[in-house]
Design a protein around this ligand. Structure first.
Ligand code: GUN
Ligand code: FE
Length: 444
């Protein structure tokens, strides 16, 4: 029995390279928040379902110029860094962490501060069309529970991680887990508190979260691998994010950091690793074998990545890839902006950037992706990484959706043009409504 029917023009992913347009469709959502049917005007039930929904006041009809899209899935974002989004991006990564990021994250030992930031942050994600986010918290269990609570109260699907960082060589005294045992105990306590607290809409999942290889001792990495197996949980971290990080793993372990993570049981089919700009072909193969996903963070990578992730090649080879804002390595929570940057960076990778070199030696041929592929990353690609039935407007998916108003089109645009416009020009102000599990969680 449906509880809501949305009528309008919709775009959803067809495959990694193509978008499907559904003209004047009916998206029928059941009382548990699943998409039960998607009807097009040619379907014989269409009229009957439309009339019934209207009679029962269960119909939302999109206005002229509005489009229904799947909600976006942000695969990599640091919730406590929201207050510094857009700051200090001219600093190198290690410096940025020590001078700006660690002092800010340390403030989340104050739950009142955490509430203020997380309330605004969760609202902001929804306002940008993000319906699922895989988030780093801080090392503070209480503050992380505030983030969990905001997800549940406001209706964001949240994958929330208790951050582990216990290596005294790479973390400051004022912001560190004081031992591997303490760190692992805090992670387990967080998992148990999330699992023990009521979640009627099944919105929040705890995530095992080693910050990145440099921040963690061997004992912590090993223990987190065991915790992930014991509770069968997703894992998130950073992999081969920058030249500095990659070299650090080689110096400490004599291995690439992807290999280090794998050694400790942290590259699993439920793991999502951010960035990966420095992954070798062998590392990519390892991730593929383990079915570990990569969160592509194209804006952040401009500042800290020392390179462009070869998304096109990874998708062709069968690696799992989604999209992340990486607040605040990236300056905006908007996945629309990250879609644009993913396309632009792929073009620069293809063409190269140093015009003094001969044309054929400048770039990496055939690396460009289209807006359709970037849209795939932000929707179905992210859902695939999380094993989540979402990210598409299709039967059997969660009704996690956004209603978007297109900017004025001149003449009679093709659906392909309309789609591209939406990807390039949508801002938060154009997002009129957001649904998670079929509930209207944001309206503008
Ligand atoms: N590596 C370790 N911590 C961080 C972080 O907070 N942001 C980014 N971009 N990279 C990291
Ligand atoms: Fe990050």
């Amino acid at each position: 029995m449906e509880s809501l029917v949305i009528r309008g023009n919709a775009f959803t992913v067809q495959d990694k390279y193509h978008v499907q347009y559904l003209a004047d469709c009916l998206v029928c959502i059941d009382s548990d928040g699943w998409i039960e049917r998607v009807l097009v005007p040619e379907d014989k039930d269409y009229e009957r379902v439309l009339i019934a929904a209207r009679q029962h006041h269960q119909l939302r009809e999109l206005a002229e110029g509005e489009y229904l899209l799947p909600g976006f899935i942000d695969l990599h974002v640091h919730a406590p860094q929201w207050p510094q989004a857009g700051l200090a991006l001219d600093r190198p990564l290690a410096d940025w962490l020590n001078v700006y990021t660690f002092p800010l994250e340390a403030r989340f030992n104050d739950r009142v501060f955490a509430r203020k930031v997380y309330k605004d942050f969760v609202r902001t994600l929804l306002a940008h069309g993000t319906t699922t986010a895989m988030m780093f918290g801080t090392i503070h269990v209480d503050a992380n529970m505030v983030l969990v609570d905001e997800c549940r109260q406001q209706g964001l699907r949240g994958y929330v991680g208790q951050v582990t960082m216990d290596n005294p060589d790479q973390t400051p005294d004022y912001y560190r887990d004081h031992s591997a045992e303490e760190a692992l105990a805090a992670s387990e306590q967080f998992i148990q508190r999330v699992q023990a607290s009521p979640d009627p809409d099944d919105l929040v999942t705890p995530v095992i979260t080693p910050r990145f290889v440099p921040s963690c001792t061997d004992e912590a990495l090993a223990g987190l691998g065991q915790l992930a197996a014991k509770y069968d949980l997703p894992i998130q971290s950073h992999v081969s994010e920058s030249n500095w990080e990659s070299q650090y793993a080689i110096d400490r372990f004599g291995m690439h950091d992807a290999e280090v993570l794998d050694h400790f049981g942290l590259l699993t089919a439920r793991a999502v690793m951010a960035h990966g700009t420095q992954l070798t072909d062998g590392d990519m193969q390892l991730l593929r074998q383990q079915q570990t996903a990569i969160a592509h963070c194209p804006i952040s990578n401009i500042y800290f990545g020392n390179g462009v992730l070869p998304v096109h090649r990874l998708l062709k080879m069968g690696n799992k890839v989604g999209l992340g804002s990486d607040i605040s390595g990236g300056y905006t929570p908007s996945l629309y902006h990250n879609i644009r940057q993913a396309v632009k960076s792929s073009r620069m990778l293809t063409d190269g950037v140093d015009s003094k070199r001969p044309v054929e030696q400048r770039g990496v041929a055939n690396s460009q992706i289209t807006a359709a592929t970037a849209f795939y990353l932000a929707t179905a690609g992210g859902a695939h990484a999380l094993h989540l039935a979402a990210g598409r407007i299709a039967v059997g998916c969660r009704a996690d959706l956004q209603v978007v108003r297109a900017h004025q089109m001149w003449g009679k645009p093709s659906t392909a043009d309309t789609f591209e416009r939406l990807m390039y020009q949508t801002e938060a102000a154009d997002i009129k409504g957001v649904y998670v599990n079929g509930h209207l969680v944001y309206e503008n």
